[in-house]
Write a protein that binds this ligand. Sequence first.
Ligand SMILES: [Zn+2]
Length: 215
Amino acid sequence: MFATHPTWKTPLVIAIAGTALAGGLVLLACSGLSAAASTDPSGPTGGVDGLAGVLAGAAGTDAPLEAPGPGGDGSIDDENGIAVDADHAAIAGLAPELRAAVQAAAARAAEEGIELRVTSGWRSAELQETLLSDAIGQYGSESEARRWVDTPERSQHVVGDAVDIGGLEAALWVGQHGSEFGLCQTYANENWHFELAADADGVCPMPYADATDRP
Ligand SMILES: [Zn+2]
């Protein structure tokens, strides 16, 4: 279900070639993903990122974020996810350190031919509530649903401190290499869910069995 080829390369190479007037920059394009994206003067993301950064700075509190931009509640319709630097509330609402870590990891993974996509990032409390309701219907009980979808009050997504990565190959890559960027799988039952949890030595804590196992 997930694209295995890094399809973003083509427009990125075109964008870079357009500025640099040079070709054959695939390798440069891969390693320069975040730099190219963040310095694009034509992009509308500057102001959004700035505001989101301020909003995300308050992410340590329990105040729900209302990030601006497309996908206002953080919902991602594309089952293949969105690019790690997409102009989308799910990205803009992430804590700046987490967003930077994911983008740095994505740049490294791209060098190995693996494309990291964000299947979920920041989500509004309302969206989280909807997801939990849906999960209760799907799993048949709140206790089972809560193993997979936390409450708006507890969800790390709602405060911008968690990101889900797809596809499977990409998620496994982050599970193996993410700690170099501070990214840790925090729930044993969700190999796609990552938070900035590594210690100063790049060591991740033992994951919780599932969301209900978290204090
Ligand atoms: Zn998650």
